[in-house]
Design a protein around this ligand. Structure first.
Ligand code: GDP
Ligand code: IMO
Ligand code: MG
Length: 425
């Protein structure tokens, strides 16, 4: 299958980085199509841990080229820091291996200031709990047609005009803001970006025409999608599969597979409703056992039981053709695993994901009980060797959502993976 999309089926942090890294072994290209350095993907290779925010998770595979697509918002300072960190870990990030779309939008320091001012302004009751990386303000400028793109950094005149026209001192309410200093800094960053800059849509489509294989890598997840997520508690881009065509500049008929990544339970970082959240010892157990602390902000992730209403919704809005199920090992030792089959709202049964966040916040989960297992499954690489209860859980999920599960992850390392392509799950 030449072109696969990898998409988060929950609220992000599903383990997309690990899955992309594994599947990247067999592809020529990995393209990030949206989001920015609000993403944090931890990928473990042998004894080395890599933390990626902007660079696609294919970078750890020697033969794989990586592209930042036009749909991404790029913070150049963060990018160069990430490149330096990778190089210290002996991963070379050369222009041959890594490319950046000329029309991706730039996150400026002003966007970060605005992000933090907006969060403070919302107050405790209405805050979103953003990552503070300037994502929302950068995408707002993009759709308001006031954004700065990668190619704008290459001309000091254009950059200066754009930054002055935007009138940042007025926007931020800071009269003595030194805009010219930012022009100088970002022009210099543009010069450093220059060798990596390409027409990414042309490059990606040429690669498809040459029969190359690729992954379009989504950041965040379905429930954080600005259109289809739990608005307004969402990010400012479209992580769902539909966003991949826009953010990579390819036609929908070029997509062969949509791989949804889901944890065996659910986590969420930041504010917003979460019906199956466990504010109890079990939630704490999942957080500690699953090391559920944000890769980007180190905030504790909220943890809860698997939610089939949300997962079926993710299957629908993404057109998911197969599922990778991660972190099954975290459930080792849980006597009874609960799975939310539907909600109750004012006494009515709800099977479809409610689009009104007020209603969603009042939904009460209704659970099926599934028997757990005691064994440590983290070293198992063959599905048949899993305890019967673990196999049943995997099969139960697959049947409940009507999608095959092709990979089960039982640990953060590459070899802690069960491939199921030949099996009927
Ligand atoms: P992403 O943003 O979707 O790439 O996910 P993150 O990297 O933010 O969070 C997933 C975390 O779980 C990372 O620390 C991974 O190393 C880790 N991880 C991935 N798969 C598994 C798994 O199957 N079991 C366990 N225990 N950890 C995993
Ligand atoms: P990965 O790619 C989990 C959440 C933030 C906040 C909301 C809006 O690692 O799965 P933003 O800074 O984007 O304006 O914040 O979105 N969020 C994520 N949560 N994983 C992520 O990325 C996230 N990126 C943003 O916590 O609730
Ligand atoms: Mg993450």
């Amino acid at each position: 299958m030449p072109v696969k999309i990898i998409v988060g089926a929950q609220w992000g942090d599903e383990g997309k980085g690990k899955i992309t890294d594994i599947l990247a072994e067999k592809v020529d290209l990995v393209v990030r199509y949206q989001g920015g350095n609000n993403a944090g993907h931890t990928v473990v290779v042998g004894d080395e841990t890599f933390k990626l925010h902007l660079i696609p998770s294919g970078i750890l595979n020697d033969k794989c080229q990586c592209v930042i697509g036009n749909g991404v918002v790029l913070d150049p300072e963060v990018l160069f820091h990430e490149i330096a960190t990778l190089e210290k870990q002996n991963i070379k990030v050369t222009p041959e291996k890594f490319k950046i779309s000329s029309i991706a939008h730039i996150i400026l320091p002003f966007h970060k200031q605005l992000d933090s001012m907006q969060e403070t302004g919302r107050g405790d009751d209405a805050k979103i709990g953003t990552t503070g990386r300037g994502i929302g303000p950068a995408y707002t400028d993009k759709v308001s047609r006031m954004g700065v793109r990668v190619l704008d950094l290459l001309s000091k005149e254009t950059l200066s005009k754009k930054l002055h026209d935007r009138n940042w001192p007025a926007v931020l309410g800071i009269a003595d803001l030194n805009v010219d200093e930012v022009v100088e800094t970002y022009y210099a960053l543009g010069q450093r970006l220059r060798p990596f800059i390409i027409d990414s849509s042309l490059f990606i489509n040429d690669a498809i025409d040459q029969g190359k294989t690729m992954i379009l890598e989504g950041a965040q997840g379905t429930m954080l999608d600005v259109d289809h997520g739990t608005y307004p508690y969402v990010t400012s881009s479209n992580p769902i599969s539909g966003g991949a065509c826009i953010g990579a500049g390819i036609g929908p008929h070029k997509i062969d597979q949509v791989i949804g990544v889901t944890k065996a339970y659910v986590t969420r970082v930041g504010e917003g409703p979460f019906p199956t959240e466990l504010i109890c010892e079990t939630g704490e157990f999942l957080r500690i056992k699953g090391a559920e602390f944000g890769t980007t902000t180190n905030r504790p992730r909220r943890c809860g039981w698997l939610d089939l209403v949300g997962l079926r919704y993710a299957v629908r809005v993404n057109g998911i053709t197969e599922i990778c199920l991660t972190k099954l090992d975290v459930l080792d030792g849980v006597e009874t695993i609960k799975v939310c089959t539907h909600y109750l709202l004012n006494g009515e049964k709800v099977y479809h994901f409610p689009l009104d966040v007020e209603k969603f916040s009042k939904c009460e989960p209704v659970y099926d009980d599934i028997r757990g297992w005691d064994e440590d499954i983290s070293q198992i690489t063959d599905f048949d060797a899993l305890p019967l209860a673990a196999k049943n859980y995997v099969q139960y999920i697959s049947e409940a959502i009507g999608v095959k599960i092709t990979l089960v992850s039982v640990g953060s390392k590459r070899n802690q993976t069960i491939h199921l392509l030949q099996k009927k799950v």
